[in-house]
Write a protein that binds this ligand. Structure first.
Ligand code: PLP
Length: 472
């Protein structure tokens, strides 16, 4: 009951879609989750003698092979515990590769401005220096700026880290030319595979020119995530990088030397959650995986299409379409109405939705990724919520709602607040908590009002009792 009480406070996927762009919050089938509870998987010690881990070895080998097929690479490492750890492992492999050829001075890592924050962080941890590359008006890597940068750093270029499709929600049309250009200047191409949910079964980074990628198994391959983990971020590499994959000093991985870099304390990372991805891939099959990617792209385009008359969609490709996610631009709306992306994110809770990704990769925007998991009815419910919110913003613009005391600025609304004897707001209780009739039959109640994020960040609250309280 305690667990159930906690659960009801949370907007999880069992209540509504979680449209977090770049995070790929897809549904996880119970069948995929069950093996995690089996003691044979759950209770294995990471350093158990190999003659006692034969089943695990088969699982790891098969999963590696399936991921190799999905990505078009030649080898895979199941050691990294997260996408960010995969980045670190992949960049280390690139460094060791350059060093093996005497290119110790190749330490420049080019990173487009659309990149996830982990990209530059990993590059710095791998001992590289980051050079930013600009993006053009359509969200693609600016090829002119890239050409200038590769010329400038031709002798010291180690790598580029590029996300494909990009976090701007578009397929970089020049991706093949981009890979060629980097190779011509002696660099390696790291394709951040976090957005693989738009690619599996359709295109493979190992085939279009990349040398290494991480896969977020907790995004594309169904391991549930949120609240920080657990995850798995295996990397795929071309044959030339395979000798530099992570190994382990106590328990060397495959035929790799024990002296190779190690990125996780266990040789196979969080191995116990790998059965989830194994079951997902086996249940879906090649056809199913391709269909999932297609439906994910279709769903994102459906949302972009329904919303574009209400919110500007920031980036689209040549044909006016997006990849598996879309960014809506709140900056012009904020300028006009004073309603910010955060107000919209908080108001969505009153409609029973988790907010999309906010202000990444572009400040003042919301990035929406529906994934293939969601039904048309749920996509429509989400669009209806955002369109109703746009109508509310219009009421602020026209003065029908007060600029400060309105349902958006005060969102989310708790049951306690609504039930309180003194309701002093300039709008009704009904407008606050039942903005759409459909909410009457299924209402999520946020457990707390809006918190002051900035205040919280700046004022550490320690709930530890003082040491004196232990005296008696
Ligand atoms: C999620 C994500 C990462 C980092 O992956 P983690 O598993 O969270 O460390 C890197 N790049 C992009 C584009 C992502 O969306």
């Amino acid at each position: 009951r305690y667990m159930r009480r906690l659960e009801s406070k949370d907007i999880a996927l069992n209540q509504a879609m979680i449209p977090l762009g770049s995070c790929t919050m897809k549904l996880n089938a119970t069948a995929e989750m069950i093996p995690v509870t089996w003691p044979e998987f759950a209770n294995m010690h990471p350093f158990a003698p190999t003659d006692q881990t034969k089943g695990y070895q088969i699982l790891l080998e098969q999963l590696e092979q399936m991921l190799i097929t999905c990505t078009g690479y030649d080898a895979m490492s199941l050691q990294p515990n997260a996408g960010s750890q995969g980045e670190y492992a992949g960049l280390l492999a690139i460094r060791r590769y350059h060093e093996s050829r005497g290119d110790h001075h190749r330490t420049i890592c080019l990173i487009p401005s659309s990149a996830h924050g982990t990209n530059p962080a990993s590059a710095v941890m791998a001992g590289m220096s980051v050079v930013m590359v600009a993006c053009d008006n359509h969200g693609n890597v600016d090829m002119n700026d890239l050409r200038a940068k590769v010329e400038q750093y031709s002798d010291t270029l180690a790598a580029i880290m590029v996300t494909y499709p990009s976090t701007h929600g578009v397929f970089e049309e020049e991706i093949v030319a981009l890979c060629d250009l980097i190779h011509q200047h002696g660099g390696q191409v790291y394709v951040d595979g976090a957005n693989l949910n738009a690619l599996v079964g359709i295109a493979a980074p190992g085939k279009f020119g990349a040398d290494v990628s991480h896969l977020n198994l907790h995004k594309t391959f169904c391991i549930p995530h949120g609240g920080g983990g657990p995850g798995m971020g295996p990397i795929g590499v071309g044959a030339h990088l395979a000798p530099f994959l992570p190994s382990h000093p106590i328990s060397p991985v495959g035929s790799l030397p024990a002296t190779n870099d190690t990125v996780s304390s266990a040789p196979f990372g969080s191995a116990s959650i790998l059965p989830i991805s194994w079951v997902y891939i086996r249940l879906m099959g090649a056809e199913g995986l391709r269909l999932a990617s297609q439906v994910a792209i279709l769903s994102a385009n459906y949302i972009a299409h329904r919303l574009k008359g209400h919110y500007p969609v920031l980036y689209t490709g040549k044909s006016g379409t997006v990849a598996h996610e879309c960014i809506i631009d709140i900056r012009p709306i904020k300028e006009h109405s004073g309603i910010s992306e955060e107000d919209i994110a908080k108001r969505l809770m009153d409609f029973g939705f988790h907010a999309p990704t906010m202000s990444f990769p572009v400040a003042g925007t919301l990035m929406i990724e529906p994934t293939e998991s969601e039904s048309l009815a749920e996509l429509d419910r989400f669009c209806d919520a955002l369109i109703t919110i746009r109508d509310e913003i219009r009421k602020v613009e026209t003065g029908e709602f007060d600029a400060e005391d309105n349902p958006l600025k005060n969102a989310p609304h708790t049951a306690l607040e609504i039930a309180s004897d003194d309701w002093s707001h300039a709008y009704t209780r009904e407008q606050a908590v039942y903005p759409l009739p459909s909410l009457r039959s299924a209402k999520y109640w946020p457990p707390v009002n809006r918190v002051d994020n900035v205040y919280g960040d700046r004022n550490l609250v320690c709930s530890c009792p003082p040491i004196e309280s232990y005296v008696q």
